[in-house]
Write a protein that binds this ligand. Structure first.
Ligand code: GDP
Length: 476
């Protein structure tokens, strides 16, 4: 064929158009949500995810991330985030803390924040491989506290039912002890008297203090979620309510119809309803519709360290949290918000706190925690994966000797900056019975972040596998 025909301006224009259309066809978008309860490792995880992607073609270590392994990743850059009213995810601050001569952990998640990345890559297959040069995947990552997810079941509860639930939680001696200041202030309240905002505010603060005290003791099933992490609602009257536990004469009994208008009880119930309608509902409506992939981080090791009761409490919190992802037509989430999440990763975080030979057990432990909820999710066609990750690997593995046998040991820096070598112990494959804890405790260590030296990429365990599961199908 005469090649000058191909140079004709009309042909050139058509070729350009085809290229543009093809590029549009292959440009994808993923809305990834990362959640987990306080301290589960969300900030560290997102920092690592962003870091691995930004440094993917430099010194990041991502053997299981196919687009990198196949040499098709052109480049990644941070872009303007889509929702301008969210906090910008503080990636640069986090990297600054981690790059210090004495590295520090970045500040934990306190509310919702976002980061957008543009991932430019070469197509591996299909017609578009020939038609377009590079394609782009836009990745929006949203970080939000798992505590806010725990509020979802409230939407199906009346105030009376919520009080009943709080009462059953307080049957636990640990909680009852911590609730004493709240309970004694509550006993002095006269619910039928004319409403006094200041009195309600003071008692609500005691209720929040009780929840914070529970959190300090390692408990995780804490509601309402905004009492723990209020975000923009700190100090707002929307949070000045609490459960009127049945320590009053039975004639009150919280039949909302019997509560006098303008009374303390009336105001409390109104605020509870306001919380459901104006705080919890909008959060799910605004965000869940948009998310299409989700990571849930669970700190199983810390729960083991905190003992049987805390472990069981985390189990309950996880059941509640995963209730949010049940896709059956009767679930609250589906009824109200119709989410479209199609891939879900459950990750046991901080896997660098155990020796490599125990990481399989850590995944089994996580799976035992998720068993019932996970069945439901798979049934509803969501692809799920459970794994154990270290977003930022802080330890090295070596060999030690125990009673004549060679065993794997870990080496890392404690919070005094001292290098320690230890055998952190075995991870059980499921929660041991209560009697086990009578005889012994778990003591998985905490390490300081590693010295990065000249490297710009964060050492990790299996973050590349998580990236592969979450992104690879959109980078083909
Ligand atoms: P968030 O509350 O979910 O945002 O939790 P963070 O990401 O702030 O993590 C809480 C703490 O867990 C950090 O300050 C670290 O001490 C620890 N941590 C988080 N991720 C890792 C990890 O990958 N390895 C280790 N060793 N510790 C971690």
């Amino acid at each position: 064929m005469d090649s000058s025909i191909l140079q004709h301006p009309n042909i050139q224009r058509t070729k350009d158009k085809v290229r543009l259309t093809a590029a549009r066809l292959v440009d994808h978008h993923i809305n990834l949500a990362v959640t987990g309860l306080s301290g589960s490792g969300k900030t560290a995880f997102i920092t690592s995810l962003v870091n691995q992607l930004l440094e993917a073609n430099e010194d990041a270590n991502l053997p299981f991330f196919s687009v990198v392994r196949e040499g098709r990743l052109v480049g990644v850059k941070r872009d303007v985030q889509p929702n301008l009213s969210f906090r910008r995810f503080a990636y640069e601050d986090a990297m600054l803390s981690l790059s210090k001569a004495e590295p520090e952990w970045p500040l934990s998640t306190k509310g919702i924040s976002q980061v957008r990345l543009k991932i430019k890559y070469k197509k591996s297959s299909g017609v578009s491989k020939y038609l377009s040069k590079d394609a782009t995947l836009t990745l929006d990552i949203t970080d939000y506290p798992g505590e806010w997810l725990l509020d979802l079941p409230l939407l199906d509860m009346s105030y009376e039912q919520w009080v009943e639930q709080c009462q059953s939680e307080l049957a636990e001696p640990v909680r009852a002890e911590l609730a004493k200041p709240f309970l004694s202030a509550l006993a002095a309240l006269k619910p039928m008297e004319v409403a006094d905002e200041l009195i309600l505010k003071n008692i609500a603060e005691l209720y929040a203090e009780y929840l914070h005290a529970c959190q300090k003791r390692g408990l995780q099933l804490l509601q309402p979620g905004r009492f723990i992490l209020p975000g923009e609602l700190a100090g707002a009257p929307a949070l000045h309510f609490f459960p009127l536990l049945p320590i009053y004469d039975s004639d009150l009994s919280f039949d909302s119809k019997k509560v006098a208008k303008g009374s303390q009880a009336d105001l409390i119930i109104n605020r509870f309803e306001h919380y459901k309608l104006k705080v919890v509902q909008p959060f799910f409506r605004e965000h869940f519709k948009k998310f299409d992939r989700q990571v849930i981080l669970v700190d199983c090791l810390n729960a083991l360290n905190n003992g049987y009761y805390c472990y069981q409490d985390l189990q309950k919190a996880i059941d509640w949290l995963l209730g949010s992802f049940q896709y059956g037509s009767s679930s609250i989430l589906n009824r109200l918000f119709q989410p479209k999440i199609d891939r879900l990763v459950f990750a046991a975080s901080k896997a660098d706190h155990v020796t490599p030979d125990q990481q399989g057990n850590l995944v089994k432990l996580l799976e035992s925690m998720l068993r019932s909820a996970r069945k439901n999710i798979q049934f509803n066609g969501v692809k799920t994966e459970s794994t154990a990750v270290a977003s930022i690997k802080t330890s090295r593995t070596g060999l030690g000797e125990l009673e004549g046998d060679n065993i794997q040991v870990l080496q890392g820096q404690n919070n005094l900056g001292k290098t320690i070598t230890l055998f952190p112990g075995e991870v059980p494959q499921a929660c041991p019975p209560a009697s086990f804890w009578d005889a012994q405790n778990f003591e998985f260590p905490n390490f300081m972040p590693p010295l990065l030296g000249g490297s710009h990429s964060l050492p990790h365990i299996r973050v590349d596998q998580v990236l592969e599961f979450l992104l690879a199908d959109k980078l083909k």
